[in-house]
Design a protein around this ligand. Sequence first.
Ligand code: PRX
Length: 668
Amino acid sequence: MRENNKPTAITSVLHEKRVFPPTKGFSSRAHIKSLAQYRKLYNESIKSPDRFWAKQAKNELTWFKPWKKVLQWKEPFVRWFVGGQLNVSHNCLDRWLDTLTANKAALIWEGEPATDGKPGEERVLTYKQLHREVCRFANVLKRNGVHKGDRVLIYLPMVPEAAIAMLGCARIGAVHSVVFGGFSAQSVADRVFDSQAKLIVTADGGFRRGTVIPLKKNVDEALTLKAANGDLLAKSVEKVIVLRRANNEVHIAEGRDVWWHRELDYVDAECAAERMDSEAPLFILYTSGSTGKPKGILHTTGGYLLGVKLTHKYVFDIQDADVYWCTADVGWVTGHSYVVYGPLANGATSLMYEGAPNWPEPDRFWRIVAKYGVTVLYTAPTAIRAFMKWGTEWPGKHDLSSLRLLGTVGEPINPEAWIWYHETIGGKRCPIVDTWWQTETGGIMITPLPGAIATKPGSATLPFFGVVPEVVDDEGKPVPRNTGGKLVIRKPWPSMLRGIWGDPRRYKEVYWSEVKRSYFTGDGCRQDADGYYWIVGRIDDVLNVAGHRIGTAEVESALVSNQKVAEAAVVGRPDELKGQALVAFVTLKSGVKPDHAIRDELRQHVAKEIGPVARPDDIRFAETLPKTRSGKIMRRLLKQIASGTEIKGDTTTLEDFSVLAKLAQSEE
Ligand code: PRX
């Protein structure tokens, strides 16, 4: 952390007093029916973790070979179910083939409506069909030289093939790294370089709000980008598999690029699942941290799968007849854990939607809920705030009575949005599970269990089984109730990250050095008198913009990579819709005049370097940036200026006082 910022409390949350107990009707049918039952299981999971997790792993997963030891903990490195062997794809697919689930819908996919007004395409894949497609694609991967342990980068739109590609990798023991389709060619190249991926799976294009995102073109460009030493960043890539989706024109490089559909002609549907070590890498997912370089978060096989299966089952109280819809893209961890792995490991029906919530009209989600009879909906607070803004007439047009449970993830939810979600979407009958977790935690960590735990709008409530959170001060000592502090996790849990790909030192430094003998989450938190956790947001240099995690340093390094920029500092300011907005303070090189054109150019530049998600909302120019005597940019001050709040605190360490006044005055 560059500065020790105290978390800023959201006042409306501090005064929130409403409590929503689980309804009798819900609890009586739920997996976990009462607070007492939750507490009993939770206590077991903490007091005898080995016994608790051994029982869960045995009941929930199919193992090729049993483990010798449940947990091996040598801080900060953990191993779960040591010596055990299993396969994730086998547990998500083959496991169901001899059961009634075989012919149940595994994936329901709804495509984006076409621009000519035609309704979106629709596809349903049963467990049997999905198994077949995964086996065929796994054979395509093998045919193209992918072996156990090789890395495969997946850069696809939200189509069933994204799940097929992930499961295909898991089946043969290849390690996938999914890159969100909204990221740029540069981001693809950087991730290939870091993971040394051998193969890329992409599509010609993907649809988004009626336009085509040229994914293959981005891959082509990524393959030409060079590192500072002149070497190609993506030189490890030998093959590119291209899915035909948008029918846009693409270049096919002979010998390197192959079409997905053509490759299928050469393979059969027989592909045994590899026996994987419980600790074998399953995937790497890049996420932003407080440095300029995204971190490759590594998740492994047994612990991850058990964690996502169990949380999915209990948090969403999954029942056989549910139509479960998590609206996240597979490019984020939520898509990995709660669109693909968690639901399929539970034999559930998982709905995937390709497009945007307001395309072609703002009732798109509600149309889908009504069309498929969605029972469980899991989405982000930003989406909920957007729906509130668009008006109740849109959900009002559709029958939402199939819904029985709602969830949120990705950022703090303000009580107003929570209540709106509860009343307007949930018809006051659906419990809301506000789930706190991170890319690093693999699965949900702090959350209500809907039949057991009373909810409070804005609080993620209590820890899931095996999770020991604590709110501590700068010295690592627990703070009293109702006091803000840092959120840490005291004990290892099965789905926790195993490291940062290729960088064990950084893993130790980032997560295990801030607070002794604890995993540091980077979030600020407060526990109330009932022991409920209220997450206030990041206290490091990571922003949460519309539920997307963005490192300020990453945006800064993108800005300074522009020839005209001398220096840049990026901070967040509160935003009614997106939670936080990105504000960049930029010092231009001498001779370059600040004007609208350069502002646009810089915003575009960041979109090109990282992706449109990281494009600054505001750019403010300054002659110099305020710094401490040791040369650190005073972010606290910039944050106050960006938010338009008064400048408070000690400013005497400023090198240049005049700069303050200028910054405060500089207009957007
Ligand atoms: O700040 C927290 C916020 O999102 C961060 C994790 O982001 P990411 O790794 O991209 O994963 C997002 C999906 C799990 C956290 O450090 N966050 C996530 N869920 C919540 C939340 N903040 C408050 N309440 C939540 N329910």
